[in-house]
Write a protein that binds this ligand. Structure first.
Ligand code: G3P
Ligand code: MG
Length: 258
């Protein structure tokens, strides 16, 4: 298995603002060994962490990332929407996120979120940053719902761990996985049947399910053979070993994410 059983979703999205350096630090402080982060491009093609292509939901700023540039990041507060504890937390550059993950010895599943028509551009921007800032290919998985972006990434890096993201597992998944030389399948935890899980595992791929914030569901998925789950709050997972000095975080509510 490449990643870990419990992977922090967007960092640790129920415990700190998603896709921020604070979120990465929180994930590490919780004891997580792997995180999932979303990559989007600004209008000047700067790769940053953002799930959405608009600033509105997770910052004090408004509008589309496509209309913004690197200098706009200075005035963007990506923490206060979540809690005043993270007032003026910055929307991070991918390069800073890559460096921080490695400093904290975290494995990373980087999810590419290209805008329409920018699959190759986004893959190239990710590859360029990873080539410079990431050292251990065994601790990195590149995934995306946009399989064109994954093909473009594969063309740039023959060795990369690539994960195919699906809402639900389509019939043709074997062909797609083989053609892209994927190592893992990433699927909605509510859409996987027992037969799907058996099929993926019998075919030799890692299987990771998103976004699981229900410990009983997680236990069921593990019992069926799922390798790992993405969760917003690792502390609610029964199979997660909780450090004693972090009990306060157990009280944090799990917030629904789009
Ligand atoms: O990579 C797993 C999961 O993050 C995919 O969905 O919308 O949360 O990026 P989303
Ligand atoms: Mg994601």
């Amino acid at each position: 298995m490449i990643a870990d059983r419990i992977i922090g979703h967007r960092g640790a999205a129920a415990l700190a603002p998603e896709n921020t350096l604070a979120g990465i630090r929180k994930a590490s402080a919780c004891g997580l060994k792997w995180v999932e982060l979303d990559l989007s491009l600004l209008g000047d093609r700067t790769p940053v962490l953002s799930h959405d292509h608009e600033f509105d939901r997770c910052t004090n700023y408004s509008g589309s990332l496509s209309r913004s540039t690197l200098t706009d990041l200075l005035q963007i507060d990506a923490g206060s929407w979540f809690s005043q504890e993270w007032h003026n937390e910055k929307l991070p550059l991918l390069s800073d996120a890559l460096l921080l993950c490695q400093t904290l010895n975290l494995g990373l599943n980087l999810e590419l979120k290209p805008r329409d028509g920018e699959s190759e551009l986004t893959a190239a921007a990710a590859f360029q940053m990873i080539s410079v800032y990431w050292h251990d290919p065994d601790k990195l998985i590149i995934s995306s719902f946009d399989h064109e972006a994954l093909s473009a990434y594969r063309a740039l890096d023959a060795q990369a761990n690539i994960g195919l993201l699906y809402d639900y597992l389509p019939e043709r998944w074997h062909l797609q996985a083989a053609s892209i030389q994927a190592c893992s399948i990433h699927c909605d935890c509510n859409a996987m049947t027992q037969a799907d899980i058996q099929d993926v595992k019998a075919s030799g791929y890692d299987l990771y399910c998103y976004t699981c914030n229900d410990p009983e569901q997680a236990d069921r998925l593990f019992a069926l053979g799922v390798d790992g789950i993405f969760t917003d709050n690792p502390f609610i997972m029964t199979s997660f070993n909780q450090p004693n000095d972090l009990h306060d975080n157990q009280q944090s509510p799990v917030q629904p994410l789009p």
